[in-house]
Design a protein around this ligand. Structure first.
Ligand SMILES: Cc1cc2nc3c(=O)[nH]c(=O)nc-3n(C[C@H](O)[C@H](O)[C@H](O)COP(=O)(O)OP(=O)(O)OC[C@H]3O[C@@H](n4cnc5c(N)ncnc54)[C@H](O)[C@@H]3O)c2cc1C
Length: 467
C-alpha cells in the first residue's frame, strides 16, 4: 500500500542527521518498510506519523526525544503496539518505537530479570521459563511487556503472585528533557510509585527489572466449555465455587463462539459457549482437587483443563486476538458477580454477532488484593472482577454493529461498575481516566506529572495533564 504523506514538512537535513546518529533506523513515509512499521495490533486504527524512530538503545531514545523537542513533533511511544485505542501511533508526529529492544537477562541466582522495553510477553516467558521462573503478566503472549507493566498487568498468575507491577523492582527511564533516571523503592521512590500504574506519563522506560517466582513448567490449566445458554447457571455456580478458591487458582470467564482450533472437536466449533479458563499455580494434584467441582458442574461440552506447559497456557489465546482485526473495547470492574451482573452478561452475550468477539471476565483477589491500595498508582485492587467487553471483527464488515453491542452491554453494567483498569480504556476522556485512578491518586499523579513532565511532552497516552 502507498503511504499517504503526512501533513508536516520536516527539514530533510535534520532528519538525515538524526538518521546518521542512530544505531537503529529512522523511517520516513517514503521508506519501503514505513507502512509495515506504522501498523499496530488494532486494525481499526490507521495513522501516518512523520517519522518512525526504531530505537536500538537508550542513546537512540534520547536522540529521538531531542529531535522531537527541537521540531515540536508530537511523540507516540511504542512498546508492543497493543494499546486498544492505538496510543502508540500518531498522525504527523514521531513514533519512538522500542520494539527492536528485546534484550532480556535472567539471573537465576538472584531470581531477577532485566527486560528491555520492546520485549513481548512471549520473549519474557521464554527466557524465564528456561529456569522454571516467571513474572505474572497478561494472557496473550504477543502483548508488550512495557505498556502492560506500566498500567498494572493482570493475568493467569495474579492471584498467586500479584500484578506485574507487584514484581517490579526497578526501571531505567528517559524523561521529557532527556535525563536518564532510575526509579525503585529506594531511588526516586515517588516516580516508582507513579510508574506502577501511571502508564507512559512520566517518561520512556527503557528497561525493567523484575523479581521472578518459580512457576511450572507444567501447570494444571485450560478451559472448560458449556453451552452459552447455560451461562446464568454456570456463572451462579462459578460464583460460589470461587468464593473459597485458593490463591493458586486464577480463573477467567469467556463468552464466545467456540474457535476452530485443533484442540476443539469439529462438532463444537462454531457453537456459542461460556468458558471458564483455569490456571492453578501450584502442585498438579492440588490443582486437580481444586478444579474438580467445576468439572462436575452441569454438562460441560468440552473439558480441556489438564496438565500443560505454562508456555502453552500463555500462548493459548494468541489466535483469538490476531493482529490487524478490528477491535473496540469497553471495560469496567465490578465488586462481585451479583445475580444482576450475571443476568445482564449472559443475556447480552447471546446477542453478540461476530464469531471473533470474546470478552474476558478476570477473577481478581488473592495476592492482588493483599497489597495496600495506596502502595502503587494502580487502582481497583479490591475489585472482584475486571470485565473487558471486546467487540471484534475480522474486517470492517459488521464492526459498527458489534461496537454498538459492546456499548450496550457496558451501559447495562453501568450501575454495577466500581472502577476501570486503565489499560482497558479506549480514548474515553479525562473523567474516565480520573475514574480509573480515583480522585486521590489522580491528584497525586498530577503532582508527579508537574515534576517530571510539566509541558505534557508525553501526552499520547492515558493522559494525566499537569495543569
Ligand atoms: C490482545 C491483548 C491482550 C491483552 N491482555 C491483557 C492482559 O491479559 N492483562 C493486562 O493487564 N492487559 C492486557 N492487555 C492490555 C495491555 O496491557 C495494554 O494494551 C498495554 O498498553 C499494551 O502494551 P504494549 O506495550 O503492547 O502497547 P503500546 O501500544 O506499545 O503502548 C501502550 C501505552 O504504553 C505506552 N508505552 C509503551 N511502552 C512504553 C515505554 N517503554 N515507556 C513509556 N510508555 C510506554 C505507550 O505510549 C502507550 O500509551 C491486552 C491487550 C491486548 C491488545
Amino acid at each position: 500500500m502507498t503511504a499517504i504523506a503526512p501533513a508536516i514538512e520536516l527539514d530533510p537535513a535534520a532528519v538525515d542527521e538524526l538518521g546518521r546518529s542512530f544505531r537503529g533506523q529512522v523511517l520516513r513515509p517514503v521508506d519501503p518498510t514505513y507502512d509495515e512499521h506504522r501498523r499496530i495490533w488494532n486494525g481499526s486504527i490507521s495513522r501516518f506519523p512523520a517519522l518512525i524512530a526504531r530505537c536500538a538503545g537508550v542513546g537512540d531514545v534520547r536522540a529521538a526525544i531531542r529531535f522531537a523537542r527541537q521540531t515540536g513533533l508530537a511523540v507516540a511511544v511504542r512498546g508492543g503496539g497493543h494499546s486498544f485505542p492505538g496510543l502508540s501511533v500518531c498522525n504527523d508526529g514521531i513514533v519512538i518505537d522500542l520494539s527492536s529492544m528485546k534484550g532480556i537477562r535472567v539471573d537465576p541466582e538472584t531470581r531477577t530479570a532485566r527486560v528491555q522495553a520492546g520485549a513481548q510477553l512471549a520473549d519474557l516467558d521464554r527466557e524465564t521459563q528456561e529456569f522454571g521462573l516467571a513474572v505474572p503478566a497478561g494472557i496473550v503472549s504477543h502483548t508488550g511487556v512495557a505498556g502492560l507493566t506500566l498500567g498494572g498487568g493482570i493475568g493467569w498468575l495474579m492471584r498467586k503472585h500479584g500484578l506485574t507491577i507487584d514484581q517490579l523492582l526497578a526501571v531505567d527511564l528517559v524523561t521529557a528533557d532527556g535525563q536518564f533516571v532510575k526509579a525503585s523503592a529506594t531511588e526516586n521512590a515517588d516516580l516508582f510509585w507513579g510508574l506502577r500504574g501511571g502508564g507512559g506519563n512520566f517518561g520512556i522506560v527503557t528497561e525493567f527489572e523484575f523479581r521472578l517466582n518459580p512457576v511450572g513448567p507444567i501447570l494444571l490449566a485450560g478451559p472448560i466449555y458449556w453451552r452459552m445458554e447455560d451461562s446464568p447457571e454456570v456463572l451462579r455456580f462459578y460464583r460460589e465455587w470461587i468464593a473459597d478458591a485458593p490463591d493458586e487458582l486464577t480463573t477467567i470467564v469467556f463468552h464466545r463462539t467456540a474457535p476452530a482450533l485443533p484442540s476443539v472437536p469439529r462438532d463444537i466449533r462454531g457453537k456459542r459457549v461460556v468458558i471458564v479458563g483455569c490456571c492453578y499455580a501450584g502442585p498438579l494434584e492440588d490443582g486437580e482437587a481444586a478444579v474438580q467441582p467445576l468439572r462436575r458442574f452441569g454438562s460441560p461440552l468440552l473439558d480441556l483443563c489438564g496438565p500443560m506447559p505454562f508456555l502453552s497456557l500463555q500462548a493459548m489465546l494468541d489466535q483469538s486476538f490476531l493482529h490487524g482485526w478490528q477491535y473496540y473495547v469497553r471495560s469496567c470492574d465490578v465488586a462481585e458477580l451479583t445475580d444482576q451482573v450475571i443476568d445482564i452478561t449472559a443475556d447480552h452475550a447471546l446477542r453478540m454477532s461476530s464469531p471473533q468477539t470474546t470478552f474476558p471476565i478476570f477473577q481478581q483477589g488473592g495476592a492482588v488484593a493483599r497489597v495496600a491500595e495506596d502502595e502503587t498508582a494502580f487502582n481497583g485492587r479490591r475489585a472482584g472482577h475486571s470485565i473487558n467487553v471486546a467487540a471484534i471483527t475480522e474486517t470492517a464488515d459488521g464492526f459498527d454493529e458489534e461496537r454498538e453491542w459492546a456499548r450496550t452491554l457496558w451501559s447495562a453494567l453501568e450501575p454495577h461498575q466500581t472502577s476501570v483498569y486503565v489499560n482497558f480504556l479506549m480514548d474515553e476522556g479525562e473523567d474516565r481516566i480520573r475514574k480509573a485512578y480515583g480522585a486521590k491518586k489522580y491528584d497525586r499523579l498530577k503532582t508527579l506529572k508537574r515534576r517530571y513532565d510539566p509541558d505534557n511532552f508525553f501526552h499520547l497516552n492515558q493522559n494525566i495533564p499537569p495543569g
